[in-house]
Write a protein that binds this ligand. Structure first.
Ligand code: ADP
Ligand code: MG
Length: 595
């Protein structure tokens, strides 16, 4: 290298834009989010999203908002070009969804974008075509008032990013989530989503209640508790799921601040705490919450995707949300929910709560959330090598001792553990973990097998799916069928369940599919496994006997028999131990026997 050569140089604009683009648009869903936000900011009364190939081929967002003039249409594609703020002072009180002036620049750096736009007062509109950051066309064009932005071939010039995209089904579900959240945030705007010619969602402008019905389906909406609380410094309103309909995951929690969809662990925790004694362990309430607060007391400029916010007084907001939700729940007769839980696996609940009012039960909020929000995400070390035999050897040091002789007695302890003598001591098996392991291995085998084992339902069930569940079912249908579910889609959102896998226990036929889908969704967010493993895990967890299920002798014997035929009998698919063995010598030692 010649002396004087400098190592540091400024990146060419196009490269810099590509890099910046990665922060704003990670996937088709984020492009959809940004485009819808622009439409909302432009005062649209109606927004239509059209997709081809899960947004990889085409995303078109059309609105009837303000439109742009000849010059603005072009400059909207420049980086940091925005009409929404112009000074530092504006940044302190942002009322629009956008303000960074990055989205159109970012999207057009990594795709081919065609914009048609016209202001109502103008005779003629403008068409701009930008490809890979380069302006190809800027011309007059006749079009209707408003703006239509078509994004084609997203990430065509960043093959790394394009390769990183998930299956169409998965990308579609991210888009659906973005549209649902946008639609929930502004019930006064009508929304339409069309994907590959199929209408997925249509919702006329209305109020929050009608929007909830359109987005989540009439059935789910009818069970929600709606409330509005304007007593505190912060206006809180929304819809709360009944405790008994709590989900295993947090994916169905919708939080909006001044009409902006946000995520906040802290506020999620505030709601969770308000439900505290009403929920079973590790289940999370469904909620849609609208918060309204002085924009000057909020900083939304903390993250490029603008979903995180900072509050001037985090504690105050926490307390306001907590008590509003608590009051809303306290005003409800949740007797049915409580009774249901008291009879469930955690049977200690009913007695403890007799004679207490719900308000007493729920308790006062602590000023500062001291415990983290629920159990930490991510199971312990769940990897696919769990499935290899040497994992078992590593875990326990010894190979299986072989099945206990089967005419040996078995006992059930607290409807939770199975106990059986073995030649060298005693075996204690966790019934749920054991069954989970057995079903998990069966599921993996079934995915590969050509034979399908299924039990026909005497009365086929019609299940109304939310759009998100419908999309998930479509994605998983081949695998679900291999497991033994017999399903027929009837239109876009209705499913007819005609059969279930043969190892489903009687009584849970009607709920198993929904349970499996919920758990799948939760696991998917934290575990990032392939769909097969993910589904095998959620299916086995939901189909297995639970702690609290009374088992007959034959059932226990068969469980232990099957367990010892499993490839990895020692750990459940989540990595928890399945069995504990106590040897006679260990017992002798404990009892002080020296022999
Ligand atoms: P930001 O939204 O942060 O301002 P964008 O890159 O998303 O940045 O948009 C740049 C500008 O283009 C906006 O500030 C707005 O003036 C204009 N614009 C974008 N989309 C629309 C639309 N659908 N209707 C009217 N104007 C729009
Ligand atoms: Mg924007």
């Amino acid at each position: 290298m010649k002396p004087g050569d400098s190592l540091i140089h400024v990146l060419p604009r196009e490269l810099a834009d590509k890099i910046a683009a990665g922060e704003v648009v990670q996937r088709p869903g984020s492009a959809v989010k940004e485009l819808i936000e622009n439409s909302i900011d432009a005062g649209a009364r109606s927004v239509t999203v059209v997709l081809k190939g899960a947004g990889k081929t085409l995303i078109r967002v059309t609105d009837d908002g303000s439109g742009m003039g000849w010059h603005d249409a072009l400059s909207s594609f420049s980086r940091h070009a925005t009409s929404k703020i112009s000074s530092h002072a504006d940044l302190d009180a942002i009322r629009t969804l956008g303000f960074r002036g990055e989205a159109l620049a970012a999207i057009s750096a990594v795709s081919s974008v065609e914009m048609k736009t016209k202001r109502a007062a103008d005779e003629i509109g403008t068409r701009v075509h930008v490809e890979g950051g380069t302006v190809r066309v800027h011309e007059k064009e006749g079009c209707s008032a408003g703006t239509s932005v078509s994004v084609r071939n997203l990430f065509y010039n960043t093959p790394g990013r394009r390769k990183f995209l998930k299956s169409d089904r998965t990308e579609f579900r991210h888009i659906l989530d973005a549209v649902q959240r946008a639609a929930m945030s502004r019930p006064d705007i009508s929304f339409v989503l069309i994907s590959d010619g199929e209408t997925i969602l249509t919702s006329e402008a209305g109020d929050a209640a009608s929007r909830v019905r359109d987005v989540f389906g009439t059935k789910q909406a009818s069970t929600l508790i709606d409330f509005s609380d304007r007593t505190g410094p912060l206006a809180v309103s929304g819809f709360l799921g009944r405790p008994r309909l709590a989900r295993k995951g947090r994916s169905e929690q919708y939080l909006f601040l001044n009409g902006r969809p946000i995520v906040s662990r802290n506020l999620g925790h505030a709601v969770y705490r308000a439900y505290e004694h009403l929920l079973e362990k590790s289940s999370f309430p469904f909620f849609v919450l609208f918060l309204e607060w002085d924009p000057e007391k909020i900083d939304v400029n903390v993250h490029p995707s603008k979903v995180e916010v900072k509050f001037e007084d985090e504690n105050l907001v926490y307390r306001a949300v907590h008590s509003a939700v608590r009051r809303a729940l306290g005003a409800q007769d949740l007797g049915a929910d409580l009774a249901l839980q008291a009879g469930g696996a955690r049977g200690d609940f009913g007695r403890e709560t007799e004679g207490f009012s719900l308000a007493q039960l729920i308790g006062e909020p602590s000023p500062r959330p001291s415990d983290p929000w629920g159990p930490p995400p991510g199971g312990a070390g769940i990897t696919s090598d769990l499935f290899t035999p040497d994992f078992a050897a590593r875990e326990t040091g010894t190979p299986p001792a072989g099945p206990p002789t089967l005419d040996r007695p078995v006992w059930q302890l607290h409807d939770k553990y199975i106990i059986s003598p073995t030649p060298e001591g005693v075996l204690i098996v966790d019934q749920h973990a054991a069954h989970e392991r057995i079903i998990y291995e069966k599921a993996i085998i079934r995915f590969e097998s050509l034979q399908v084992e299924s039990q026909e339902l005497l009365f086929p069930q019609t299940i109304e799916l939310s759009p998100a569940d419908a999309a998930l079912v479509a994605e998983l249908q081949p695998l679900l069928e291999k497991l033994g579910f017999v399903l027929k889609m009837f239109g876009a959102r209705t499913l007819i369940l005609e059969g279930v896998p043969s190892d489903i226990r009687p009584g849970s036929e009607s709920t198993i599919l929904g349970d499996v889908l919920n758990l799948y969704r939760e696991d998917e967010q934290r575990l990032k496994l392939n769909p097969r493993e993910q589904l095998a895990k959620s299916y086995s967890c939901r189909a297995a006997v639970k702690a609290g299920d009374r088992l007959g002798n034959a059932e226990m014997t068969s469980l232990i028999e099957q367990l010892f035929r499993a490839r990895v009998p020692y750990v459940c698919p989540h990595g928890r131990p399945v069995m504990v063995r106590l040897s006679l010598s260990e017992l002798d030692r404990r009892f002080g026997r020296t022999s």
